[in-house]
Ligand binder design. Structure first.
Ligand code: 9UX
Length: 72
């Protein structure tokens, strides 16, 4: 199954920042699709809720050095 969540990411200032976050999300088992937009400072992540929870997505972003806040 698929769940979609949107996450606000604070602290990204260049495309290298957003690429780092996007690749970290895409590398997680259970993530089906992840897009990080620098302009809006948001991530949209499609993931399997049977494999992981959104809290692990937030933690993975925080691990890259940015602040993550669940939007929806
Ligand atoms: Mo860009 Mo982001 O030079 O921490 S990688 S600012």
């Amino acid at each position: 199954s698929t769940q979609v969540c949107r996450i606000r990411i604070n602290g990204m200032t260049c495309t290298s920042c957003s690429s780092t976050v996007e690749q970290a999300l895409q590398a997680i088992h259970g993530v089906q699709k992840a897009q990080v937009a620098l302009a809006t400072e948001e991530a949209e992540v499609h993931y399997d809720p049977n494999i992981l929870s959104y809290n692990q997505l937030l933690q993975a972003i925080e691990d890259t050095g940015f602040e993550a806040i669940l939007i929806s």
